[in-house]
Design a protein. Structure first.
Length: 517
């Protein structure tokens, strides 16, 4: 259902969508977890509360100062009425000096007195790097689902209004953050939008600033001619604009260079084949391939399945990939999430070494051990029943949460150790022979698990699980198991992974469904 919606709306193909993520590999970020974004709402609620207290205390302070001012005013008026008498009268002379020395001093101290409420706990505030993360997430969604910047800026997604119109300064901010992230293609797009929206009433941002930023982003894209045009326009408006003055000459040189030698070839795309179209749900395998696949009740392979057969949907025979439907109940899922949520807490970014910390903050998952709760043990046992593989060689259950824009680019679950070295030495049980991924939530749109080499995409269904072997039956790696998690478009995606290693599976692993049989 969702698949077809996405497919219909985003049926165009993109070939260069990866161009903008040269260094991206795994980027699950602050922004990428709905759970963590919810923490930010709580944080903002705290800020509002503190601001309220601050305002209230200040109002009391101001009220007191008003009363004091009245009194001082009255005294002064008295004095000014007959100034000579007033100052020559020893009583009033004393009062005047006393007022200035003591009363006014009290007021001075009072005025400087801190009301004792601070706005924020610095350690909990997101940093400007988080804003970059959000902007990158937006660009990622635009790329994958082919969203037009103008629509997004107007708060429209899928033809529906889901937010307000962004302000000029907000579009400018997104564009600038994307420039910081070296995603110039989308930086250009957002800066153009900012320029389009700009009016002389746009607060906090000048047209010249936008034009300079756009010129820079364009030049990084090799669009020197347009960049120079903008720079010239800026200089017409502000002949002494330093930024424009500095960039004019280099741009002119680059244009000459480009005419003579052309542009360097673009960074080649990482080739994930059908990844974008699989994510959008508009890639279909051939009918011949699909015809071989079955849905059935699996009741033969293990004792457990004989008693409680599972709905199994085959996705691929070689490599073996299946989905089990309705393997976890809503109540069980709720319990798992309760246990996992506190473990997902992002390690908050501090202000001093924010850069260092932000690199490690990409993790938004938590590990659940069997000893933590009976439900974790129960899931381990169910995984064993489902797969007939020994759980003595399984890792802890990893629970992860992806928010809007959250994704995991195609990767393999197995390790390729150096010659003579062991895979996963910390686990010490061989390579990851198989993966079981439970979906702990539905996802409104996006968030599919896709296998680009195989043309397989699975859209999350709460309570289902995908199971596949990462290794061939002879123990060598099966590179066709390359898989990724598509960006979540709308919704919050929860998954739980169970990785099973080789040791102890010698007599367990069944023959492949048909191949090599
Ligand atoms: C600020 O942080 C401290 C400890 O880190 C905490 O006890 C306190 O409640 C926090 N204050 C607010 C307003 O969040
Ligand atoms: C292991 O099995 C795969 C698939 O059947 C085959 O392609 C590969 O050559 C085998 N490798 C070895 C070392 O036997």
């Amino acid at each position: 259902m969702v698949v077809s919606v996405v497919a219909k709306l985003f049926s165009l193909s993109i070939s260069w969508w990866l161009l903008c993520y040269p260094w991206t590999n795994v980027r699950g970020e602050y922004f990428s977890s709905v759970e963590q974004m919810r923490q930010l709402l709580k944080l903002e609620q705290g800020l509002i509360d503190n601001l309220d207290r601050y305002i209230k205390l200040h109002e009391q302070k101001i009220e007191f100062l008003h009363r004091q001012r009245e009194w001082f005013g009255k005294e002064l008026k008295e004095g000014l009425k007959q100034d000579v008498e007033y100052t020559s009268n020893p009583m009033s002379a004393f009062l005047l000096v006393n007022r200035l020395v003591n009363d006014w001093e009290r007021i001075r101290v009072f005025m400087e007195l801190d009301v004792g409420v601070k706005l924020q706990n610095n350690t909990e505030m997101p940093t400007s790097e988080d804003v970059v993360g959000v902007a990158e997430g937006l660009a990622r969604l635009q790329d994958m689902y082919q969203l037009n910047t103008k629509d997004m800026a107007s708060g429209k997604l899928l033809g529906r209004k889901i937010g307000r119109q962004l302000k000029t300064a907000e579009c400018y901010e997104i564009g600038n953050k994307l420039t910081t992230a070296t995603n110039y293609r989308y930086a250009v797009s957002w800066l153009r939008e900012a320029l389009r929206l700009w009016t002389s009433e746009s607060p906090g941002i000048s047209k010249v600033e936008i034009m300079n930023s756009l010129s820079y982003a364009l030049s990084q894209q090799g669009e020197y001619e347009e960049a120079l045009e903008l720079t010239k326009k800026v200089l017409k408006m502000q002949p002494d604009n330093q930024r424009a003055l500095k960039s004019k000459e280099p741009l002119e040189k680059w244009i000459v260079y480009k005419q003579e030698y052309g542009l360097p070839p673009p960074v080649p795309d990482a080739d994930y084949k059908n990844y974008p179209s699989l994510c959008r749900g508009d890639y279909q395998r051939s009918n011949k391939e699909i015809a071989k696949l079955r849905c059935r009740y699996e009741h033969k392979r293990t004792m457990f399945l004989r008693i409680a057969p599972l709905k199994m949907e085959e996705l691929s025979h070689d490599p073996f990939i299946v989905v089990y439907h309705e393997v976890l109940h809503d109540k069980e899922i709720a319990m798992v999430l309760d246990i996992a949520k506190p473990l997902l807490q992002r390690s908050m970014v501090g202000d001093d070494v924010s850069k260092k910390i932000s690199k490690t903050r990409t993790s938004n998952n938590g590990w659940l051990d069997d000893v933590m709760h009976p439900i974790v043990r129960r899931i381990t046992r169910r995984t064993e029943d489902m797969t007939d593989l020994a759980m003595s060689a399984a890792e802890q259950l990893q629970v992860g949460n992806y928010g809007v824009g959250g994704h995991y680019l195609p990767h393999h679950d197995y390790a390729v150790p150096e010659e003579g070295k062991e895979a996963y030495p910390a686990v010490g049980k061989g390579n990851r022979i198989a993966t079981v991924m439970y979906y702990l939530s539905d996802v409104a749109i996006g968030g599919a698990t896709v296998f680009p080499e195989l043309g397989v995409s699975v859209f999350p269904r709460k309570g289902s699980a995908i199971f596949w072997y990462n290794l061939h039956a002879n123990g060598t790696i099966d590179s066709r198991t390359l898989h990724g998690a598509c960006p979540v478009f709308v919704g919050s995606k929860w998954v739980a992974n169970k990785w099973i290693h080789e040791y102890g599976q010698e007599f367990r692993r069944p023959c492949q469904v048909d191949q090599n049989a």
